[in-house]
Design a protein around this ligand. Structure first.
Ligand code: BDR
Ligand code: CA
Length: 313
């Protein structure tokens, strides 16, 4: 099983990414690190602990708290998208029975990667602050990480927080830039170009077999689906973060191409924009495998199948 660490700012879709990673049975999840993003660090950590409890794996998967704000900027929460608590109030009554560990997220990542050089994949579904801190503390980690898969950015389409920027890159563009420029041998960007197509509809939700999981997914995505309905006439929830996990599960679900990509950090209008050098105008070697297409139905089958596994395995 692939050894992974998930880095999350647990909002609606991060929670579903954790669920996919756990139920898929394909990963040895070494731990989950949290960061300020959609919600505060405290809230993201609480949500993460609750999701692991819901799945019955809180004893096996430790949680580590990371950065409470971006490297240089103030936090930019998304309560309008993810609800006041980040997961649509779905687990409001659940007490946290197992808290996060004392070790800091960056130290945990460094310790795990160095202990198992070349074996650990980092799946990042939040602003990249924690990984940037890791690189500042331990630059040689780059050589020892098997792969980094990032939900972030958009290269052909438009942004979801400004006209040009995707949320995770917008919130901490300095961190995004450091990570993309760090020299990782395998770094994959799962951006809005593909995640916008990974739509969970009510028809899909109706296929969930585990009553607890179905109830959770229904409630946590309700407002998100409703807002999507108001704009697009269909009830759906974009599975941005689960698609990053899916790429770690089965790369065949996406089509990737290698390009040089950088993040804008010094613009009034375009901070957080991921600029992809499609025509090699900058004459720099590719640093990122960019996801350009997705087999969204195959992915969704895999997603539903995994979440239904919990019942029997
Ligand atoms: C990303 O931003 C967050 O709101 C989601 O959790 C996802 O990681 C999508 O742009
Ligand atoms: Ca996220």
């Amino acid at each position: 099983r692939k050894k992974v660490i998930l880095d999350v700012d647990t909002g609606v879709d991060d929670a579903l990414a954790i669920m996919l990673a756990v139920t898929s049975g394909q990963f040895d999840i070494l731990g989950i690190t949290t960061v300020s993003g959609n919600v505060s660090l405290d809230q993201a950590t609480e949500n993460t602990c609750k999701i692991l409890q819901l799945l019955g794996v809180s004893a096996e998967i430790p949680v580590y708290r990371g950065a409470s704000k971006p490297l240089k900027r103030e936090p930019f929460f998304e309560h309008n998208v993810h609800g006041r608590d980040g997961i649509g109030g779905a687990l409001a009554d659940m007490p946290v029975l197992k808290e996060a560990e004392a070790e800091a997220a960056a130290d945990f990542i460094i310790r795990q990667v160095l202990a198992q050089p070349g074996e650990v994949t980092l799946i990042m579904t939040a602003p990249l602050t924690n990984l940037a801190q890791v690189l500042q503390k331990c630059p040689e980690l780059v050589q020892h990480t098997a792969e980094v898969i990032i939900m972030g950015g958009v290269v052909k389409g438009f942004g979801n927080i400004t006209p040009t920027a995707e949320y995770n890159m917008y919130v901490d563009p300095e961190a995004g830039k450091q990570v993309l420029q760090a020299g990782f041998e395998r770094l994959t960007l799962v951006g809005l170009d593909v995640t916008r197509q990974a739509l969970l509809t009510t028809v899909d939700i109706d296929r969930l077999r585990n009553p607890e999981i179905a109830a959770y997914v229904t409630q946590s995505t309700a407002d998100y689906r409703q807002r999507y309905f108001e704009r697009n006439g269909v009830q759906a929830c974009a599975l941005h973060d689960p698609l990053a996990v899916a790429v770690a599960m089965n790369r065949k679900w996406v089509t990737v191409q290698d390009y040089y990509v950088d993040v804008e950090t010094r613009s009034d209008l375009c901070d957080g924009q991921t600029v992809c050098d499609f025509q090699n105008r900058l004459n720099k070697p590719p640093n990122v495998s960019v996801c350009l297409e997705v087999d969204d139905r195959a992915f969704m089958e895999g997603f539903i199948h995994s979440l239904n596994q919990e019942l029997t395995e």
